[in-house]
Design a protein around this ligand. Structure first.
Ligand code: ADP
Ligand code: MG
Length: 280
């Protein structure tokens, strides 16, 4: 049995799989660069530490159920001047997590609310803080079902455990009385214990109608906003920008682009193909 064989056996026994797969490469590099014993050991261990970190991150990201992967570098702040970048910089320190403070992103569709919520969640996960993402509608449906089956308390723990809970699209669908009561219970239970990042297309004044009851809406807002940052985005949809840009590209016959956006033309007028875009 060669030294390599015995090394491989030991690495396997210790589950140092990343080192095992790079063993020959590590040895070749060492023969060439002749690092000190300490440096060599450090190189070897770093390979495995890094691989473990990546595995841990991947698992945490999967557990968070994010709808997509986005970061702050992918966000064009120039396009959205209503966002105060200082606020974003402060949030990126993740101090709000340690203070169990909430983040509320408000604005019309397509302005980047979910993008920023996901970017914050990913930053939290990278910092070792578990996150969990759910749309408001899914969350209330899930907890409503648990309530009817007599296991609300147990199911609530799923939403209390992560350091940060992302509740997306609050307000797109109105809630019934049970939904509003459950939502209140959840917000109360997380109050001063764990952060909520919430996105909504409804301004605070409209929350009464979202919850179907101004009293419960006030009680929810009271707890949610006590320690919180509100990011009010008042720009135009980024999705619309892309379509605009597409419309401005020179067309093959060099005609000026149509004044009416193709998507806005009723289906009948455009030969049945002009479906109204759902992204707006
Ligand atoms: P909202 O949740 O506000 O409806 P999203 O966050 O889902 O909007 O944004 C819609 C799409 O546009 C996403 O793909 C997102 O990454 C992108 N987007 C929105 N705003 C920006 C921006 N300022 N810079 C880069 N991409 C953006
Ligand atoms: Mg969204």
């Amino acid at each position: 049995m060669t030294v390599i064989d015995r090394l491989q056996e030991s690495l396997r026994a210790l589950s140092l799989t990343a080192v095992e797969s790079r063993l020959e490469n590590l040895l070749e590099q060492a023969a060439k660069n002749e690092p000190s014993y300490g440096d060599f050991l450090l190189d070897v261990l770093t390979v495995d530490v890094e691989a473990r970190r990546q595995r841990y991150l991947k698992t945490r990201l999967q557990l968070a159920h994010l709808p997509y992967s986005k970061n702050f570098e992918q966000f064009d702040f120039g396009f959205q001047p209503s966002i105060d970048e200082r606020q974003i910089r402060e949030l990126r320190t993740l101090r709000f997590l340690h203070e169990a403070s909430n983040v509320i992103l408000l604005g019309p569709p397509g302005v980047g609310k979910t993008h920023l919520a996901v970017a914050l969640a990913e930053a939290a996960i990278r910092a070792g803080q578990p996150a969990y993402f759910k749309t408001a509608h899914e969350l209330v449906a899930d907890l409503g079902k648990a309530y009817r089956e007599g296991r609300l308390d147990r199911q609530l723990r799923v939403y209390l455990a992560p350091k940060v809970l992302i509740i997306d699209e609050m307000g797109y669908l109105p809630m019934d009385e049970l939904g509003a009561t459950i939502f209140f219970q959840l917000v109360s239970a997380r109050y001063e214990r764990g952060s909520i990042i919430l996105t909504s297309n409804k301004s605070y004044g409209d929350w009464g109608s979202v919850f179907g009851d101004p009293i419960i809406a006030t009680a929810i807002l009271d707890r949610l906003l006590h320690h919180s940052t509100t990011i009010n985005i008042r720009g135009e949809s980024y999705r619309l920008k892309d379509r605009r840009r597409a419309g401005l590209l020179p067309r093959p016959d060099d005609q000026p682009p149509p004044l009416v956006e193709p998507a806005a033309i009723p289906a009948a007028a455009s030969g049945g193909r002009g479906k109204r875009s759902r992204s707006l």
